[in-house]
Design a protein around this ligand. Sequence first.
Ligand code: MF3
Ligand code: CO
Ligand code: CO
Length: 247
Amino acid sequence: MINLKSPTEIESVRVAGRIAAGTLDFLASKIKPGVTTEKLDSLGHEYILEHGGTPSSLGYRGFPKSMCISINDEVVHGIPGKRRINEGDIVKVDVTVYKDGFHGDTARTFMVGQVPPKARDLVEVTRRSLELGIEVVQEGARLGDVGAAIQEYVESNGYSVVRSFVGHGIGRNFHEDPQVPHYGRRGTGLRLKEGMVFTIEPMINEGHWEVKVLGDGWTAVTKDGKLSAQFEHTLAVTGNGADILTL
Ligand code: MF3
Ligand code: CO
Ligand code: CO
């Protein structure tokens, strides 16, 4: 069941989303060789609390930390810990903030120092694929149009779209209907309506799209050990395109 949000509710998602985006801005300068992912997590946790929010991920289905940090071949849901960031890594940080009854969810891939050209290209293609998906969003468009725009661009650049994780509705709950695949066929799928609020969060692999989950029960990695990148925004459908709520 998809619940449409009122303008007031959308503003509440924006308040939470802005704190999540601010957390990523704040962490950007802290992501350096030698820092542990648990240090980044605790700095981000403090930032969220100082801004009046709480981290949605902490305790979500038993997730033990305040955000997901996934490095190189880790696709999503990496658990912050003792691992240290290295020069040349690509680091995905995914932050969701809860404030005044609503969630906002956003992720970026950070490049640490001198990153190999191949990795840089993957990150740029992933960033662009999210923009292209967002450009398709408007009242009357269909979710298959969004997925197709992302998939066609990604595959024409020689990369692949992860299938087993998708974007999602968001609002009073962290994850709501609908599911938002980053692949698909034009003219198929749910028709978008004003007041729908969901994430688009393409996970793009350098090699094959298959992933597996590690023994910690959370960390998803590429099956072939190659790199993966991700960007995520939360947005609202308006009569006049997408309104990005995580800027
Ligand atoms: N933020 C992730 C998403 O984009 C979900 C993380 S769930 C967690 O949907 F428990 F791992 F934090
Ligand atoms: Co997220
Ligand atoms: Co999400």
